[in-house]
Design a protein around this ligand. Structure first.
Ligand SMILES: [Zn+2]
Ligand SMILES: [Zn+2]
Length: 827
C-alpha cells in the first residue's frame, strides 16, 4: 500500500461517528417539506455482507444523499429479513439456536454496514423475527381469515421419506432431498393460502400505471399473472353423459379443429371415467412419474410431451364428433380447468403431441402463402369450421362463445395463470400462524388480545419429522379461544415473504405499538419513492408486497394502492465471468476492500464500473483507479485549501480563460444532475466529475500568469467546492472532511445541490476563417470551443466554400480550433 494515500481510515471512522452522534439522518414527518422515501430491499442476515450488498447500498445512499441536498425530507431505513431456512440449517449443522445465530449475524452485518457510511436512520432498524413485528401480521392474518382472504386447503408438497419431512422447492435437487439424497415424493397435506387471485385483475391493471418500474419487470409480472380471455365449456363423456370434461380455451373459434381432448394426469375425473383395473394401474404409474416433474418442466415448449390414450371418448359439442381422450403431462391441474380441447392445427403443443400419437390435424384458419409444417396461431379467415367459416378470428371467437351460451354448453371466461399464495411452512424459524383446532369448535383463530402467538425458544430442530413446533407440548396445547376447551395450536409457520410484504410500512413508525403502523406516518411517507433491489425479486416478492398492500388498503389501514412508485433492479456483481459465490471461489470480501482502500473507494468503484441495471464485472485495476482518483482530489484540495478559503466567491471571471473554465464547472453540474435524474447514469456522472478534476489540474498552473489572482482564486474555489458537492453522495467521508477543512461549519449534506448557472453556460462566439487550398474564401461564426467535427461540417456546407471546391474531391480538412478551417482538395 502506497504511503501517499489520504488517511481514509481515520476520516471514515471520524465522520461515521459524527453523523451518528448528531443523528444527521434521523427523520420525522414534516409536512412543510417534500418527502422522499428511498429503500433498498432489506437483507437476509446471513452473517456477512458481500459485494452485491455494497453495490445496492451504494446506489441507495447516492440517491438518498442527493435528495437530502435537493431539499427533500429523506426516509432511508435499514432492517433485517430475519426469518428463514438457513437459520434452521445452521441449527442442525452447528447446533446453535436459530435465534442466537440470527441475532449474532445481524450484529456482524450491522457493524460491516456501518463501515460503509450509509445514511441510514438506524433508529428505525427492525428485525422481522421480533414478536413485536410479526404480531401485526398475525393480526392481519386473522382479519384476512374473516374475509375469506386466508383459507386452508389440501395441496401437494415435496416429501422426503428419508427425513420424514416436507422440503421447500429449493431443498429439492434433481428430484432428490438435498440432505439425505432420498427420492422426493409428492404428498397431499393441509396448508394455508392467501387469496391473491382475488386481486389478479387489479394487480394486472396497475402494471400499466407504474411508469417508474423497468419494462422487463412489468412484463414478468404480467406474464406471471397471465390473463387470458376465452371460453369454458363441457365435453360429455361418450356413454356416460352425466360425466362432463370441462375445458378452458382462449381460442373457442378453433373448436371445429378439435381432434382429441386431454386431462391433466391428476384430474379427479380420471378416476370416475376409467373402470378397468389395468387402466387404473397404468394411470397410477403414469401419475407417479409425472409427480417427479416440476411444473416448469411440464410447461416447457421444447420438451417431449408424455401421455397416453384412455379407453373413453368425449363429444365435441360444436359438431357432435366423438374424439379420443388422453391424459398428458403438458396439461396442468392448476391452470384453467385442468383439461383442454386439443386443436393441433392452431396450437403448437397440441401439434407436437398429435404428431407423436398420429392424431389427425385439421386446419381451421386459412394459412398465409407458403406456411407449412407447424401450427398456425395467427389471424386469418376461418375454414373447416361450420357456421364460423369465412369469419376473421376475433369475430369467430365471439360467435363461438354465443353458440356455447345459447345451447347451455358453456360460458365466456377470463382465466389467470396466477394461483393463490401458499403461505404454510412446516418449519420452525418463522411467524406462527395464529389459529387453533378445538375438539368441539374446529378451527378457531386466536383472540386478538392474545397476540402475538410467540414462537417458543425450547424447540429441538433435527431436520427430521414434521413441523418442529409440533414437538413442543407447551406451545401446542392451549385453550380454545372460543369455548375454553382443549385445543391444539397450528404448528405451521408463515412463508417469510409475508414479513417482506409490509416491512416498508413498518419503517414509517417502527416503534408504534398501537397497530401495524401509525396511520399519519404511513400517509406521509408512503409510497416508497425509489425501491432498489435485485431482478431475482421481479415476481414473487414484488407481487406479494403489491397484493398485501392492497389488502391493507381494503382493510382501511392505508390509502396507497401500490407500495413502490419506482423500482431500480440492479445487475449482479460478477468476477472472472461468473456471479461471485463461495462455491466458485471468486468472492471479494467487502471488509478486505474497505480495509485496504476505504469505503469511499469501494462505493466509487461499484458506482463507476457499470450502469446500475447492468452486471458489474469486478476488476482490481478499477478499484485502484477509483482510489487514485480520490487521492488526486484530496491532494489538490489540501494543496490549495488556503487559496480556496480566501476566495471572493462573488467575483465573476472577466478573462476568456476564466469564462471558459467556469463554463466547464457549470456544464459538469448540469451533466451530473441530468445523469442522476435520468435513468440513473451514475457512471457517466462520475466520468463528468473526473473530467472536471482534470480541467482543474490543468487550469491551476495555466492560469497563474494569465488570470488575475482574485478571479483565479474564485474559480479554484468554485471548482473545488463543486467537485466536493457532486462527489459527496458517492464518496461521502472524504468529501465531508475536505468540506470542513475548507472552513465550513455545516455538513456537506446540509448544503443545497449546486445548480448550473445559465449565464456561465452561455458560450462566447468566435469568427473562424474558411480557406480552400490555403486561400481565404469565407468566414464562419461558431461557439467558442465548438466540437471540431461540428465546425468541419459547417465549413464544408458553406456556399462560398462549395463554389470554390467546384466539384473536386476533398483530400483533407484541417481545423485550427477557434481560428480557421482549411479545406485541401485533391490535385
Ligand atoms: Zn431427506
Ligand atoms: Zn372450542
Amino acid at each position: 500500500m502506497s504511503s501517499d494515500r489520504y488517511p481514509f481510515r481515520e476520516i471514515e471512522d471520524k465522520w461515521q461517528a459524527a453523523w451518528e452522534t448528531s443523528k444527521q439522518f434521523q427523520v420525522k414527518e414534516d409536512p412543510r417539506r417534500p418527502k422522499f422515501y428511498c429503500l433498498e430491499m432489506f437483507p437476509y442476515p446471513s452473517g456477512r455482507i458481500h459485494m452485491g450488498h455494497v453495490r445496492v447500498y451504494a446506489i441507495g445512499d447516492l440517491l438518498a444523499r442527493y435528495k437530502w441536498m435537493r431539499g427533500f425530507n429523506v426516509l432511508h431505513p435499514m432492517g433485517w429479513d430475519a426469518f428463514g431456512l438457513p437459520a434452521e440449517n445452521a441449527a442442525i449443522e452447528h447446533n446453535v439456536h436459530p435465534a442466537i445465530w440470527t441475532y449474532a449475524n445481524i450484529e456482524n452485518m450491522k457493524a460491516q454496514l456501518k463501515k460503509m457510511g450509509i445514511s441510514y436512520d438506524w433508529d428505525r432498524e427492525l428485525a422481522t423475527c421480533d414478536p413485536s413485528y410479526y404480531k401485526w401480521e398475525q393480526l392481519i392474518f386473522v382479519r384476512m381469515l374473516e374475509r375469506g382472504l386466508a383459507y386452508r386447503r389440501r395441496s401437494t408438497v415435496n416429501w422426503c421419506p428419508g427425513c420424514q419431512t416436507v422440503l421447500a422447492n429449493e431443498q429439492v435437487e434433481a428430484g432428490r432431498c438435498w440432505r439425505c439424497d432420498s427420492e422426493v415424493t409428492p404428498r397431499d397435506i393441509d396448508g394455508w393460502f392467501f387469496k391473491i387471485t382475488a386481486y389478479a385483475e387489479e394487480l394486472l391493471e396497475w402494471c400499466d400505471r407504474l411508469p417508474g418500474w423497468p419494462e422487463r419487470v412489468i412484463t414478468m409480472q404480467k406474464n406471471w399473472i397471465g390473463r387470458s380471455e376465452g371460453a369454458e365449456f363441457d365435453l360429455p363423456v361418450v356413454g356416460k353423459p352425466e360425466l362432463k370434461v370441462r375445458v378452458f380455451t382462449t381460442r373457442p373459434d378453433t373448436a371445429f379443429g378439435m381432434t382429441y381432448a386431454v386431462l391433466a394426469p391428476e384430474h379427479p375425473l380420471v378416476d370416475q371415467i376409467i373402470t378397468d383395473p389395468d387402466e387404473h394401474a397404468r394411470v397410477a404409474a403414469f401419475r407417479s412419474e409425472v409427480a417427479r416433474e416440476s411444473e416448469i418442466e411440464r410447461m416447457a415448449a421444447d420438451r417431449p410431451k408424455r401421455g397416453f390414450r384412455l379407453s373413453a371418448k368425449v363429444v365435441n359439442p360444436f359438431n357432435g364428433a366423438e374424439i379420443p381422450l388422453f391424459i398428458a403431462d403438458y396439461v396442468l391441474m392448476g391452470y384453467g380447468t385442468g383439461a383442454i380441447m386439443a386443436v393441433p392445427g392452431e396450437d403448437q403443443r397440441d401439434w407436437d403431441f398429435a404428431k407423436q400419437h398420429a392424431l389427425p390435424i385439421i386446419e381451421t384458419v386459412k394459412r398465409p402463402q407458403g406456411w407449412v409444417g407447424e401450427a398456425y396461431a395467427g389471424d386469418g379467415v376461418k375454414v373447416n369450421s361450420g357456421f364460423l367459416d369465412g369469419l376473421p378470428v376475433a369475430e369467430a371467437k365471439r360467435k363461438a362463445i354465443d353458440y356455447l351460451v345459447e345451447h347451455g354448453y358453456g360460458v365466456g371466461k377470463v382465466n389467470y395463470r396466477l394461483r393463490d399464495w401458499g403461505i404454510s411452512r412446516q418449519r420452525y424459524w418463522g411467524a406462527p400462524i395464529p389459529v387453533l383446532y378445538c375438539e368441539t369448535c374446529g378451527m378457531v383463530p386466536e383472540k386478538e388480545d392474545n397476540l402475538p402467538v410467540v414462537l417458543p425458544r425450547d424447540v429441538q430442530i433435527s431436520g427430521k419429522g414434521g413441523s418442529p413446533l409440533a414437538e413442543s407440548p407447551a406451545f401446542v396445547n392451549a385453550p380454545c379461544p372460543k369455548c375454553g376447551g382443549k385445543a391444539r395450536r397450528e404448528t405451521d409457520t408463515m412463508d417469510t415473504f409475508v414479513e417482506s410484504s409490509w416491512y416498508f410500512l413498518r419503517y414509517c413508525s417502527p416503534q408504534f405499538d398501537g397497530g401495524m403502523f401509525e396511520r399519519a406516518a404511513a400517509d406521509y411517507w408512503m409510497p416508497v419513492d425509489q425501491y432498489i433491489g435485485g431482478i431475482e425479486h421481479a415476481v414473487l416478492h414484488l407481487l406479494y408486497a403489491r397484493f398485501y398492500t392492497k389488502v391493507l388498503r381494503d382493510l382501511g389501514l392505508t390509502k396507497v394502492d401500490e407500495p413502490f412508485n419506482a423500482l431500480l433492479s440492479q445487475g449482479m456483481v460478477i468476477k472472472d465471468g461468473a456471479k461471485m459465490s463461495k462455491s466458485k471461489g471468486n468472492v471479494v470480501d467487502p471488509d478486505d476492500l474497505i480495509r485496504t482502500y476505504g469505503a469511499d473507494t469501494a462505493r466509487l468503484f461499484s458506482l463507476f464500473a457499470a450502469p446500475p441495471e447492468k452486471d458489474l464485472d469486478w476488476n482490481d485495476q478499477g478499484v485502484e483507479g477509483a482510489s487514485r482518483f480520490l487521492n488526486r482530489v484530496w491532494r489538490f484540495v489540501v494543496a490549495h485549501g488556503e487559496t480556496v478559503k480566501g476566495a471572493n466567491r462573488a467575483a465573476r471571471p472577466t478573462t476568456e480563460a476564466g469564462q471558459v473554465f467556469r463554463r466547464t464547472i457549470h456544464e459538469t453540474i448540469k451533466r451530473v444532475t441530468d445523469d442522476i435524474e435520468t435513468d440513473f447514469h451514475f457512471n457517466t456522472a462520475i466520468s463528468a466529475v473526473m473530467e472536471l478534476v482534470n480541467a482543474l489540474y490543468a487550469f491551476e498552473p495555466a492560469s497563474l500568469d494569465t488570470v488575475p489572482a482574485e478571479e483565479r482564486a474564485a474559480l479554484l474555489g468554485e471548482a473545488v467546492e463543486t467537485v466536493l458537492l457532486l462527489l459527496g453522495p458517492i464518496s461521502p467521508h472524504m468529501t465531508e472532511e475536505l468540506w470542513r477543512q475548507l472552513g465550513h461549519q455545516e455538513s456537506l449534506f446540509a448544503q443545497p445541490w449546486p445548480t448550473a448557472d445559465a449565464a456561465a453556460l452561455r458560450r462566447a462566439e468566435v469568427t473562424v476563417v474558411l480557406q480552400v487550398d490555403g486561400k481565404v474564401r469565407g468566414r464562419l461564426v461558431v461557439d467558442v470551443d465548438a466540437p471540431e467535427r461540428h465546425v468541419r461540417e459547417l465549413a464544408l456546407a458553406d456556399d462560398k466554400v462549395q463554389t470554390w471546391i467546384g466539384g473536386r474531391a476533398v483530400d483533407r480538412v484541417v481545423v485550427v480550433p477557434n481560428r480557421l478551417v482549411n479545406i485541401v482538395t485533391k490535385p
